[in-house]
Design a protein around this ligand. Structure first.
Ligand SMILES: NC(=O)c1ccc[n+]([C@@H]2O[C@H](COP(=O)([O-])OP(=O)(O)OC[C@H]3O[C@@H](n4cnc5c(N)ncnc54)[C@H](OP(=O)(O)O)[C@@H]3O)[C@@H](O)[C@H]2O)c1
Length: 280
């Protein structure tokens, strides 16, 4: 698996599996299937309620911990007690360290939580830090009030919304694309340009989109519980899109997100406070 170098001099795999909305059993099976197919990066989150299952999948995969890369995210309801939240996350994942830890949403005491994540880096419990769904203003606020620069932004990114502004403003911070396939949106996946390129390269439209991401410098974490898709989504490194093809795909940029955060939505995130340890 190809790795990218982060701004803290650690390496991250360019492609992995996402586990959003996967029930524990499905998440566990998806992780095992992903590792069997050569994936080394697994993305989860407190809020997915499947960290224990991801941890079990990793153990069952038989791979040693150092050969895998785990990213997870603290949910806003634990920001106020984030030192403890990191410990609880480690326990649920059944691991000694987290490769990449994100703040999941820009609400609540995110500065306090980021400082707790910095302490976890100092203690060797976390290797790299990231921000998910934060605005430029909030990112700049965090950078100005803390000492470890984030290494990765996990944000919505796909051909309809390629995140060009964020990339331009923070060239040293990598984009990990969520909804890399538009959450399975058939309209995106079946755009004519992808059908044309799929035909040319003898790939599927999803593979063309994922290859476009990686050529754009993005880390991709397509979510799937379908073993065929899991296999397909990592098999994207034996062809290269041309500059003209990349330029044609760039015309799909509609500056349209599938998810737009509202003030009420963010307040709802803060109010969502399940017992993360109750997960199966
Ligand atoms: N930080 C955040 O706020 C945030 C938000 C959303 C997601 N995420 C992360 O980003 C990951 C990716 O996002 P996502 O899973 O929501 O969306 P996605 O990867 O864009 O799309 C997943 C959907 O596409 C389908 N799919 C997967 N591979 C396919 C293929 N080769 N051909 C056709 N359909 C395919 C999947 O169904 P099958 O199961 O049938 O394959 C699933 O319905 C998540 O799993 C999660 O780890 C983070």
């Amino acid at each position: 698996m190809k790795n990218l170098l982060l701004n803290n001099n650690t390496k991250i795999p360019v492609a992995g599996i996402g586990t959003f909305l996967l029930e524990p059993d499905d998440a566990q099976k998806a992780v095992i299937s992903a590792v069997e197919n050569g994936y080394t990066l697994i993305d989860t989150a407190n809020a997915y309620m499947n960290e224990k299952a991801v941890g079990r999948g990793i153990k069952q995969s038989g791979k040693s911990r150092e050969d895998l890369y785990i990213s997870t995210k603290l949910w806003p309801s634990v920001y106020k007690d984030a030192d403890n939240a990191v410990e609880q996350t480690l326990k649920r994942l059944d691991t000694d360290y987290i490769d990449l830890l994100f703040l999941h949403q820009p609400v609540g005491d995110y500065i306090g939580a980021y400082k707790a994540m910095e302490r976890a880096v100092e203690n060797g419990k976390v290797k790299s830090l990231g921000l998910s769904n934060f605005s430029v203003e909030q990112i700049d606020e965090i950078i100005s009030k803390t000492s470890i620069r984030p290494s990765v932004f996990q944000v919505e990114a796909h051909p309809y919304f390629p995140q060009n502004e964020l990339k331009k403003r923070y060239p040293d911070i990598l984009i990990m694309a969520w909804y890399p396939l538009g959450h399975g949106d058939k309209k995106l996946i079946n755009e004519e340009i992808f059908k044309k390129l799929a035909e040319k390269y003898k790939k599927t439209c999803a593979q063309i989109i994922l290859r476009w991401h990686t050529q754009a410098g993005n880390i991709v974490i397509p979510g799937s519980k379908n073993p065929e898709h899991i296999k397909e989504n990592i098999n994207i490194f034996d062809f290269t899109l041309t500059d003209d093809e990349i330029a044609e795909i760039a015309r799909l940029d509609k500056n349209i997100r599938y998810y737009n955060a509202t003030k009420e939505g963010l307040e709802g995130f803060l109010a969502f406070a399940p017992d993360f340890n109750s997960q199966k």
